[in-house]
Structures are given as C-alpha cells and as structure tokens.
Ligand binder design. Structure first.
Ligand SMILES: NC(=O)c1ccc[n+]([C@@H]2O[C@H](COP(=O)([O-])OP(=O)(O)OC[C@H]3O[C@@H](n4cnc5c(N)ncnc54)[C@H](O)[C@@H]3O)[C@@H](O)[C@H]2O)c1
Length: 308
C-alpha cells in the first residue's frame, strides 16, 4: 500500500516510516522540519518538506491507501506559550490534512492522539471513554480530533484514534527546551552532567517503547476492528521519574545525582493506560523498561554521539 505519514521527520513518525518500509509499503512522508530533522527520515521514504497548513499538501495524497496523521506542535510549555500557533497547526493543519485526504479519495486515517486528553480526570487507569483535556496542547489535540470524527461521519473516512501515552525510544527529540525525560537523562548522563528532575520526581508516567506503538500502527492497517474506534497505547504500568533516573543510572553507573528544579506547569501527576480495548485485539506491549532503555542508550551512543 502507498501510505502517507505526516510528521515523518519527528520521533514517532520516523520510526513509523521505517516500520512501514519494513512491511513492504510505499511510504510518502510530509514534514515542515520545524521540529523534526531530515536525517531522521529513513532512506526509501518519498519525502516532501511541506507545512500541513499549506493547500499544496493535496498533491502528495494521490494514490495513498492510508494516512497516519502525526504532525503537530506538541511540546507542552511551548504550546502554552503559543496558543494561537498551536491551534493553527494542530487544528487548522489537521482540517487541511482531512480535506486533502477527502479530495484525493483516501479512505483510511489514523490520528495520533494523546493521553493528555485525560489530564482533568483523576481516576486510573484511564479508560478511553472519559476525557477532560485542560492544557493548550491537549485542547488543541481534542479539537482536531473532533474534526477527524466529523469528517469520518460526513465523508466516510475510516478513522482510528491512537491515544499514545509516553512514547520513548530512538530518535526522541533531545534538542527541545524541555526534552522528553528519557532522552534528556541519557544525553546528560552520557556527557557526565547531572540531569534535571522537575518537581520531586514522584510524578508517575506510563512509558511505552516506540516499536510496540508501531506494532499497533501496523495492526490498524490490517484489522478492520480498529476502524471507528479509540485505543490507548501505553504499557499499562507506570514509573516515577525518579525510578526512570535510577533505571538509567543502573545501566550507565555514572555516580551522578540528579539536580532538582521547580515543577513544570501543566504536567499531569499520573498517567496510566487502561489497555482493555487494545488487548482485546491481541496487542500487548512487549518491550519492558530495562530493555527499552538499553536500546535507547545504544541509539544515543551510536547515532547521536557517534555522529558528532
Ligand atoms: N511522543 C509522545 O510520547 C507522544 C504522546 C502522545 C501523543 N503524541 C503525538 O504523536 C505525534 C508525534 O509526536 P512525536 O513525539 O513524534 O513529536 P515530534 O515533535 O518528534 O514530531 C512531530 C513532527 O511534526 C512536524 N511538524 C510540526 N508542525 C508541522 C507542520 N505545521 N507541518 C508539517 N509538519 C509539522 C515536526 O517537524 C516533527 O517532525 C504528535 O501528534 C503528538 O501530539 C506523542
């Protein structure tokens, strides 16, 4: 199948492109490189540097059997600081993607949703049917989802909503002002620098390795039971940020202690996925925390630090 991935130069998108290529699909990638890098895009992807808000994107949708829509502004503090731009990219950009898909006759779309949808709900594990987005980021993702839902109902687009928890693995963006915790810790500790824990380190996150997420993406293309539904994709267990530091330290043995800084605004205290819907399809996360960290460390050592 010819498959389009928006956000193909980002963390999850670039890993997804590789997984699709490995399955023998023809992969078309679209990204404006605002956060992702050209180096991330795997060889073999037909790459187009375009902003999802541009009417020009229509020309790359022709002949595609499915679209994975991942492009988004998604750094929480950045979104909070730039709400107009966040809405513009995440909402208007998504509508542009949906329209391009409709006009080109693409019938299948997978939307990259977020566990931030559960921010305002204090019950765990989070079930797919109760959401309460609060932050600028989460509200923008929710608003965009409503357009996906509406387009699927009005125009017969077969939509699957994949609600990721904290995805980690190779190609995580470590250059952000506040990088994802795993890559931030690993990068600093490999450089012999004490990493920063925001808050007390007690916040608990459901981390899921990117290859497990991609096994679910591939299932979406194969299994019609995924159509018209929302799925949590997490690991179903959570770890405190302090535990993550300790797990990385156990592998690297740097002897470094973390530095503590004030809490970041808008961050949930707990995330934890209820996986009953995705597990009912036979999907289960397979990569445990220690193995996922081992692979992430190896990738940063070879790909990031080795290239310098
Ligand atoms: N990483 C996670 O743990 C996580 C969790 C929940 C949801 N998500 C969602 O998954 C998706 C991918 O996240 P990621 O972690 O790979 O992020 P990422 O920032 O690494 O990738 C996003 C990509 O989108 C591109 N992009 C941004 N604005 C664009 C625009 N206007 N036009 C074209 N491309 C644009 C960026 O350049 C980047 O390459 C996002 O939709 C995000 O909201 C991620």
């Amino acid at each position: 199948m010819r498959v389009l991935v928006t956000g193909c130069a980002g963390f999850i998108g670039s890993n997804l492109c590789q997984a699709l290529l490995d399955e023998g699909h023809v992969v078309v990638g679209l990204d404006d490189l605002s956060a992702g890098t050209r180096q991330n895009v795997p060889a073999g992807v037909e790459f187009h540097q375009l902003d999802i808000r541009s009417p020009e994107i229509g020309r790359v949708f022709g002949g595609c059997g499915a679209v994975f829509h991942l492009a988004a502004k998604n750094c929480l503090p950045d979104c909070m600081e730039h709400p107009v731009e966040t809405a513009d990219i995440n909402v208007r950009g998504t509508v542009r993607v949906l329209e391009a898909a409709r006009v080109a006759g693409v019938r299948r779309i997978v939307y990259a949703d977020t566990s931030a949808e559960y921010e305002g709900i204090g019950e765990f594990p989070s079930r797919v049917d109760r959401v309460h987005p609060v932050s600028t980021y989460a509200v923008s993702k929710r608003s965009a989802w409503h357009f996906c839902d509406s387009h699927s109902r009005l125009h017969g687009l077969r939509l699957t909503t994949v609600r990721y928890f904290n995805v980690y693995g190779p190609a995580q963006d470590f250059r952000r002002v506040v990088p994802p915790v795993m890559s931030a810790f690993i990068m600093k500790m490999l450089a012999g620098v004490r990493p920063t824990i925001y808050g007390s380190g007690a916040k608990r996150r459901d981390f899921v390795y990117v290859d497990d997420v991609n096994r679910f993406h591939l299932l979406c293309l194969r299994d019609p039971r995924t159509e018209g539904r929302v799925f949590n994709v997490g690991s179903g267990v959570n770890h405190s940020i302090r535990e993550i530091f300790d797990a990385i330290e156990a592998q690297l043995r740097t002897g470094l202690a973390p530095v503590f800084a004030p809490d970041l605004p808008g961050e949930a205290d707990v995330t934890l996925a209820d996986l009953s819907e995705s597990a009912a399809l036979g999907w289960r996360p397979e990569i445990g925390l220690d193995e996922g960290l081992r692979r992430s460390i190896a990738d940063i050592r070879t790909r990031v630090l080795g290239a310098r």
